[in-house]
Design a protein around this ligand. Sequence first.
Ligand code: RAM
Length: 423
Amino acid sequence: MSKKLTRFVAVLLLIALLIPAAGATFAQGVACEEDYSVQADDWLSKLADKFYGDVLAYPAIFEATNAAAKADPSYATIENPDLIEVGWKLCIPSAEDAQALLAGESMMGGEMMAESGGEAFNFVLVPKNLGNPYFDTANVGAQEAAAELGVNVTYQGSATADATEQIQLLNSLIAQQVDGLAVSANDADALVPTGKAAMEAGIPVVSWDSQIAPGGRNVHVNQAVAEDIGRVQVQIIADLIGGEGQIAILSATSTAPNQNEWIEWMKDELSKPEYANIELVAIVYGDDEDEKSYNEAQGLMKTYPELKGIISPTTVGIAASARAVQDAGKVGQVFVTGLGTPNQMREYVKSGAAPKFALWNPADLGYLSIYTLYAIASGQIEGKPGDTFNAGKLGQYTIDENGVVLLGPPTIFDINNIDDFNF
Ligand code: RAM
């Protein structure tokens, strides 16, 4: 063999060695970097997580395997991406090819399933009540998630934050056979039978913001650790009133699961020695209605002329309380804190009626709730403790041992940062 020819063969051999052990290249130019035989308890999103670290990349395996099956029937033909069987041979494209396949999908998720014979999901986001900017903002995030996932999310709630009205609404949504419910509960226990009925009818239930007790939902999406939310509000009021004096709590409804849990932590914080000079004189309820909350705040100032602080762990109550303090000419005498939206509280931060308060981003909460619901409804996860799923721009989340997904720590707002936020 001539030297030239030897070199040519060597180069060919080298090229052959450098090419990964790929299977055939299929119609769309996608090669199987690896073949995979389905094991018990596998499902596509779990495999997408394993190979690409992204549960939402499962359509790439689905598409590539079906393309491969056309050229080589030893690969499985997958009709329903939610159903794969043990022993099936799947085509796993390289991460690069998977990305190209996903980018080539005009639609992902629910709509992609629609293309393959399934149907786009119809989810419903249910707030405690309508007419509250906090929940409206959550819906903005939910719609963003819906657009990314190719699902429909409608926003439906009752006029008042009332458990009976909410149960009626949920029953009618169950009868309509919607594909998933994301609910901010008006009562943790009263909603359990309804949540159960939905799940028994095959409708996944995620509670968010205000939880349905375990047993009545698959997962609860919690905005922040309840203990932290409770304690921080006491720490802020103590600071605002100089560590002594009478304070009151103006809450949402008396049955609200989230507020009631936070109030327990407030009491616990107040029992510490450093708050010995602070007296909690009353807990009243404005029912997340502006006028009622305003009247309750006025009532507190009348009944307790020495009152120095109001903690209102509701976006409706805190704005109404701050307005009542301002209208009463008591800025600097009575301080308000609690949980509010920056847009509703901006003027009261600036006037000094409510110089400091806390909240999370409700849009992120709505966004995460829809991703959680989608992960369960699409069969990517069962919704059990330890399950991990991808929530788009927010990243990866894991369900904890109590069936809870945690959004993250709250933000504290004051004059220094209030203008940086617009919700
Ligand atoms: C109100 C609602 C909601 C709560 C916020 C802080 O908008 O009661 O459930 O999370 O306040």
